[in-house]
Design a protein around this ligand. Structure first.
Ligand SMILES: [Zn+2]
Length: 57
């Protein structure tokens, strides 16, 4: 069974219901980066997202 990479934005911003789940880590990070920038005016590096925000499920 493949791992999936998940970012549950609700754990970062309580009023945001955005969830990313992808088996492709690069895609998950790309989507997360775009969402954080557009939705929250925050820039995260790939490493920050990978280490601090993405969960492997
Ligand atoms: Zn969000």
């Amino acid at each position: 069974m493949a791992d999936a990479y998940k970012l549950d934005c609700e754990s970062e911003a309580v009023d945001c219901r955005f969830i990313i789940q992808s088996e492709d880590e690069a895609e998950a990070i790309e989507l997360a980066t775009a969402h954080m920038r557009e939705g929250h005016d925050q820039d995260y590096s790939d490493d920050e997202l990978r280490e601090e925000h993405l969960q492997v499920v």
